[in-house]
Design a protein around this ligand. Structure first.
Ligand code: C2E
Ligand code: MG
Ligand code: MG
Ligand code: MG
Length: 278
């Protein structure tokens, strides 16, 4: 009986694994088809200088419009895209589109920084810098306005290689932001020696800052750290006036969050800029 149960259990688990593999395969096929059929689009969320009350940048956030016309969250497909390597063509599409839209806003007279999320796998892949150069050439965007957002996990892997790539990004003329800062592997030594320009305070600290003393303390420490290392600061996930006022009080002026604007299609950014910056 035990033997039979054991066999059943084995079968049960392999069926489960089979389901996972099938789902993964389906997802892979769907992402590949989605890329071919131009189902991905890039939305943008404004970053504001809250003291000056102007938009100083936007973050490009990819969206997938499925066959039913519904928008799919990146939380659902980015991990699969990373695992299958499809993040490379997808990431290239986002970077190119963001530079095209950014160039257009620059031509309209707005000096906006264009932030683009880049996965660690995408950045560590051999052709990343060549792709970045190629896109800058093709779109004629001023590379000083490109901000590459990466997470701290870049520091946990091959640090020497990461440093080389970050330096190459600088050579192209673009800047580097550490996204979700404070949630991952933060080494002060790396921060000092890596070519990093911006720290983005993770939204979890911003959210809990008003209710949890230790989160408030973390935010204060990040602000101080950014000041002593001469790094720019952006707070993300700002949803309430109280949070914005507290951040201003601490010396963090650049903010992004639903309080000011949600991510939106490029055409709506045009209107937002006219209303806000003109
Ligand atoms: P992220 O880079 O940290 O982006 C910020 C996320 O917070 C976005 O979610 C944004 O819509 C959301 N957000 C902004 N303000 C608020 C707020 O006030 N409250 C709350 N609750 N959320 C806010 P989104 O667009 O769903 O993206 C999720 C994550 O997916 C991003 O986190 C990023 O890690 C990844 N991602 C998005 N686009 C790309 C991309 O083109 N390439 C790569 N590699 N990753 C991407
Ligand atoms: Mg980001
Ligand atoms: Mg973030
Ligand atoms: Mg995130």
């Amino acid at each position: 009986r035990a033997k039979q149960e054991g066999r059943n259990r084995v079968r049960f688990f392999s069926a489960e694994i089979e389901d996972v593999l099938k789902a993964h395969l389906t997802m892979t096929r769907q992402i590949r088809a989605g890329l071919e059929d131009h189902e991905f689009e890039v939305h943008y969320q404004p970053k504001l200088d809250v003291r000056k009350k102007i938009v100083v940048g936007v973050e490009a956030l990819v969206r997938w419009r499925n066959q039913d016309g519904q928008l799919v969250s990146p939380a659902y497909f980015i991990p699969a895209a990373e695992q299958t390597g499809l993040i490379i063509p997808l990431g290239k599409f986002v970077l190119k589109q963001a530079c095209l839209d950014g160039k257009k806003w620059h031509q309209m007279g707005y000096s906006l920084r264009i932030a683009v999320n880049v996965s660690v796998v995408q950045m560590m892949e051999g052709a990343f810098i060549a792709t970045l150069r190629e896109i800058v050439d093709e779109t004629q965007i001023d590379p000083r306005f490109i901000e590459i957002e990466i997470t701290e996990s870049i520091l946990a892997g091959d640090a020497t290689k990461a440093q080389t790539i970050l330096e190459a990004i600088r050579e192209v003329g673009a800047t580097v932001a550490i996204d979700d800062f404070g949630t991952g592997y933060s080494s002060l030594t790396y921060l000092k020696s890596f070519p990093v320009d911006v720290l983005k305070i993770d939204q979890s600290f911003v959210r809990d800052m008003m209710v949890d003393r230790s989160d408030a303390g973390i935010v204060e420490a990040i602000v101080q750290m950014a000041k002593s290392l001469s790094l720019r600061l952006v707070a993300e996930g700002v949803e309430t006036r109280d949070q914005a006022d507290t951040l201003l009080g601490l010396g963090c002026d650049i903010m992004q969050g639903y309080l000011f604007a949600r991510p939106m299609p490029a055409s709506q950014i045009d209107e937002f800029l006219t209303k806000n910056n003109d």
